[in-house]
Ligand binder design. Sequence first.
Ligand SMILES: C[S@@+](CC[C@H](N)C(=O)[O-])C[C@H]1O[C@@H](n2cnc3c(N)ncnc32)[C@H](O)[C@@H]1O
Length: 341
Amino acid sequence: MEIVVDILKQLNIVPVPLLDGQAQVVRARALLEANREGVFHALAESPDGMTSAELAEKLGFAPDGAKVLLRALNSMGYLRERGGRYSNGRWVRRWILDPKRGLHYMLRLQLYTYHRLEGLGQNLKTGRPTMDFHAMDAANPTPQQETYTRAMREAARLIIPDLLKRAAVPPKVERMLDIGGAHGEYSRAFVNRFAGLKAKMIDLAGPVATAAKIMEEEGNPEGLELAVGDALRDDFGKNWDLVLLANMVHLFNTEQNVDMFKRCRAALKPGGSLLVMDQFTGLGRRRDHIFAVISLNFFNVGGKAYDVSEMNAMLREAGFDKVQSKPFSLRTPGALIQAWA
Ligand SMILES: C[S@@+](CC[C@H](N)C(=O)[O-])C[C@H]1O[C@@H](n2cnc3c(N)ncnc32)[C@H](O)[C@@H]1O
């Protein structure tokens, strides 16, 4: 169905702005509300599926509300309907409910993103971001902050296999610093991959508190060290084999990034490397199309999706002479830029 719509859009015979400006908003909202209200989990608990009346009863929807929502989700391809009974489709099973790939928190986070982007018009005019990350610097994270950190963890799980594949890491590495490491998932993956590696992650107080909570829930077999720190100001110490900046540079402006890169370079051992993982443009037309849109979201929090040429210029200004870009496979959002001290 989506392919047909795409073809009709390309042929310019459907009212594209109506699809993008109205239908997309309603579709997104239907998905986010269903996820927030537990529709997919409720359906997963009913092996024979549920009627709209049963779902309404279970989750406290108005009968007509449940009916219209289930029909919409069915037409969007998220549910299946047989004889008036609805069950989860394969996208829900794989991308929302699967413990390894599920994006439940990511969808919850988009409810906040939706709200934040109300400020986009103002942000585009003034150039000032709608959100200040330093609001996260509170030891007791709000539900929104905790959702953010757990959502980033879900995204990390999708990215880690490509990152591990593309990063050129010598067999013997001992110390890794994960700046803005939040949930700690990247550090965990590196420690599990490279025997003898120890990792420390720093972040603002809120995400560190959430990371500590995750460790309480699941343990910390990798012995990760957590610390509150400020990527925009701190001295990062010395003698790290690896410094990771995953999804960080898109939050900051050029000046902030150059300054951060200089402090990363000073913190690396000679021959150690900086791994910058993010969503970059300049690595192919398909990726550029996606990131041109995502960049608006980054601009709304103070940064943008940088072009690889801008990244190279910033890293060279910070003193890195050897820099390589390594795009991920098309199904993984992002790319790695590795720079050696
Ligand atoms: C987009 S998330 C990325 C998290 C994680 N690195 C990942 O890729 O999943 C950005 C992270 O940067 C952290 N952050 C933002 N500003 C920061 C600062 N000035 N110092 C330290 N961490 C910061 C946020 O708290 C958040 O955890």
